[in-house]
Design a protein around this ligand. Structure first.
Ligand code: AMP
Length: 288
């Protein structure tokens, strides 16, 4: 596995692979890798001859008071895991290389960025869209893999690629979960054992929403209040979540508000467990 810190070296490697006729998959990550990230590499390897992962904790997508400083950084473990799943190359730039003095350009994110995460984390999607477009420019692969775990992010990137005519095919990857349903996340490391129990409520709430839909409930408000109940009810073995940022049912294509749930809907939750903010989602009427 090749490891690059310099932009030019990584770019030349991608160009070389393309010159040799290989399809190439880019897998952007912020490191502290888990099986969810590795599944993206595996998907890249299924679709393309060569796969390059990136590890970069992007400062511009964190807001003031968020966890940029504490975000786990485990490059040696990450490289070991990437090696084990057959990643061909890794790009690990430092912040000074990505944002040299004088850097001042940013992508204005598409409309789909406006609500939910975009409303609660001002500037987040501008940071994401800008760094992802930079990675697409630095590493001109044929494909890029993103997880459905960050569902709104996936829609933001797909819209950016469409709107700015970026010549790359986006592959979306299903959410990888722990055995008890908790969506894997680098931030799960922050949870103490009690919080880890509470964190199960997010996937349980999404499950309850899907079950109600399967029982014929099509009313978005009713489905949303079912999720709120699962997240907050007391009397369970584990305490309720500390704060719900949102627990909503939206149109799957564009996150539009729905009154009645017809086809193509998605339930999305963001909630705080202790001081850890977790997100999860699930397509309604489907399993992922
Ligand atoms: P991050 O390192 O959190 O920025 O995530 C990097 C990529 O991995 C993003 O495309 C995420 O959506 C994806 N990802 C993170 N967790 C999971 C998961 N549990 N299942 C599938 N993809 C994931």
């Amino acid at each position: 596995m090749q490891v690059f810190q310099q932009i030019d070296e990584a770019r030349n490697w991608v160009r070389q692979q393309r010159a040799e006729g290989h399809r190439t998959a880019l897998v952007p990550t912020m490191g502290a890798l888990h099986q969810g990230h590795l599944s993206l590499v595996e998907l890249g390897r299924q679709r393309c001859e060569k796969t390059i992962a990136t590890i970069f904790v992007n400062p511009t997508q964190f807001g003031p008071g968020e966890d940029f400083e504490q975000y786990p950084r485990l490059p040696e473990e990450d490289l070991q895991l990437l090696r084990q799943v057959g990643t061909d190359a890794v790009f690990l730039p430092d912040a000074a290389a990505m944002y040299p003095t004088g850097f001042s350009t940013a992508v204005s994110p598409p409309d789909v960025a406006g609500d939910l995460e975009g409303r609660l984390r001002p500037g987040h999607f501008a940071g994401v869209a800008t760094v992802v477009l930079k990675l697409f420019q630095i590493l001109p692969t044929t494909h890029a893999v993103f997880g459905r775990k960050d569902y709104q992010q996936l829609l933001v990137i797909a819209a950016m690629v469409r709107d700015l005519n970026v010549d790359i095919e986006i592959i979306d990857a299903p959410i990888v979960r722990e055995a008890d349903g908790l969506a894997m996340s680098s931030r799960n490391r922050y949870l103490n054992p009690d919080e880890r129990q509470t964190a199960k409520r997010l996937s349980a709430a999404l499950q309850a929403c899907c079950d109600a839909y399967a029982d014929g409930n099509r009313d978005a408000d009713a489905l949303q209040s079912i999720m709120h109940t699962v997240l907050t009810e007391s009397g369970k073995s584990h305490p309720p979540v500390d704060c719900i940022d949102y627990a909503v049912v939206r149109g799957a294509d564009d996150l539009r508000v729905l009154n009645t749930v017809t086809a193509d809907a998605i339930a999305l939750i963001a909630a705080k467990v202790g001081s850890t903010r977790l997100i999860d989602n699930r397509v309604i009427g489907n399993t992922d």
